[in-house]
Design a protein around this ligand. Structure first.
Ligand SMILES: [Zn+2]
Length: 446
């Protein structure tokens, strides 16, 4: 924690940039709001005003503290739509694809998270690492243990973060030490929903790992919970890897497709978030659009595990919401800037060039939209919660040189989104409180 003094109103002066809406393929110039010398006024944890400095500065009373960030960019806090906190310690593990990756690395480490002390120590590190990377909101998977979800929700609550998480449900095709049952999984999830869902900025996510590790009975109970608590999230994986897809068609021979398994159990609805969505067909995309289910695009993970290329253009053409995600520990970075850079390359391989505005959209507003919280975060319209990041475009000698050579804001943004990482995150603010300042100790905040 770096900011102990309570200041009611604070104004950030710098280059204010955010997306009003998806810039789209045509890169709609109206989508990007930019104030080169701008001011963002924050009071009581919310955005009070934003606009040109020349216009806003004279209106501010002497009690307003000014944070001078000229030369830097101020963007909304970034949103990670799919990440496993218990996989923090296996990030960058060598040589496997999805199914053997799970057996060799994931299951052994997740088995340890029944230990509340380990779960909470990892949750503290994990959230500090998100904040160090400018990520202020995330949709997080725990492990099969209820205490794992407790640990990350409790740690996020103490930081005042808008965060969603859930205990993983898995009752078959996994080691004994990682299995619940249809009944205990249902009961534990319901108790966690009652305890945590809607507490301040927290939400609960009903989290079956993926179809192969849940029985029909468990998926049926998931559908039951999804109907009983319609404003919780349903969060899982689909169609990541060809061997996984083939396995699902053996386990559920009646299904039209992998996604159809979830559909049959009532798991497609608004606030249903499906990570990967690589090996889908048009029928699946249409079904997601119809039901309001959304996709988590995890480029570093998909490249690292050799899973395939997510088709962003096809998803958007079908009208499906897409949020960007790191998928740590299959993903190789906590940084949404690095993740955006890899998203750009994945789209390039399929003939689509994502503009700077679209990449900014992907790391901020797209995630807020995918999680149905765009009325609260992802932009700087007055009334929004004041989650924001101060980006330093001169964080490294190369970035400083490249930024100096850049012309307009889109060129500077593109260089920053392509070359940037945690070194560019000068400050991270959550609901108007500074929870990370580069070079200073950061932590839970008191
Ligand atoms: Zn995942």
């Amino acid at each position: 924690m770096t900011e102990q003094t309570e200041v009611r109103r604070r104004a950030f002066r710098g280059c204010i940039v955010y997306c009003r809406h998806d810039p789209g393929e045509g890169n709609d110039p109206e989508a990007l709001e930019v104030h080169e010398d701008g001011v963002l006024v924050v009071a009581d944890g919310r955005v009070e005003a934003e606009g040109p400095a020349a216009q806003l500065l004279p209106t501010l009373g002497p009690e307003t503290e000014i944070s001078d960030q000229r030369g830097r960019l101020i963007i909304p806090g970034m949103v990670d739509c799919h990440i496993h906190f218990a996989q923090t310690d296996i990030i960058a593990s060598y040589g496997e694809q999805l199914l053997t990756w799970l057996e060799r690395y994931t299951f052994p480490v997740e088995g340890r998270f029944g230990d509340a002390e380990l779960a909470s120590e990892t949750a503290e590190f994990f959230l500090d690492e998100l904040l160090r990377n400018g990520t202020t909101s995330a949709l997080v998977l725990g492990t099969v243990h209820a205490v794992s979800a407790e640990a990350v929700l409790d740690a996020a609550h103490r930081r005042g973060m808008r965060l969603s998480a859930g205990k993983v449900l898995m009752d078959r095709n996994a080691p004994d030490y990682l299995r619940d049952t249809a009944e205990t999984g249902y009961r534990d999830s319901r108790a966690l929903i009652e305890r945590w869902h809607g507490v301040d900025r927290l939400a609960y996510a009903i989290t079956p790992r993926f179809a192969p590790t849940s029985s029909d009975e468990q998926l049926r109970r998931v559908g039951e919970l999804a109907r009983a608590y319609p404003d919780t999230y349903v969060h899982t994986h689909v169609a990541e890897n060809p061997a996984e897809v083939a396995w699902v068609s053996e386990l559920f021979p009646w299904s039209r497709s992998y996604l159809d398994v979830y559909d049959r159990f009532g798991m497609l609805r608004e606030r249903s978030v499906y990570a990967h969505c690589i090996h889908l067909d048009d029928g699946d995309r249409r079904r997601m659009a119809e039901t309001g289910a959304v996709m988590g695009f995890c480029p570093t993970s998909n490249l690292f595990l050799g899973s395939g290329l997510f088709d962003y253009a096809a998803a958007r053409d079908a009208g499906v919401g897409v949020g960007l995600a790191t998928d740590v520990g299959g993903g190789t970075s906590f940084s949404m800037l690095r993740t955006a850079a890899e998203a750009y390359k994945v789209a390039q391989l399929q003939g689509t060039s994502l503009s700077a505005a679209r990449l900014l959209y992907l790391v901020t507003l797209a995630g807020a939209e995918a999680l149905s919280v765009a009325d609260r975060i992802g932009g700087f319209r007055p009334g929004r919660e004041a989650d924001l990041v101060v980006l330093d475009p001169a964080a490294t000698p190369l970035l400083a040189r490249r930024s100096a050579a850049a012309g307009d804001i889109t060129e500077r943004l593109f260089a920053l989104l392509t070359l940037g990482d945690d070194r560019c995150i000068a400050e991270t603010w959550v609901a108007g409180r500074c929870l990370h300042r580069r070079g200073a100790d950061s932590g839970a905040g008191g």
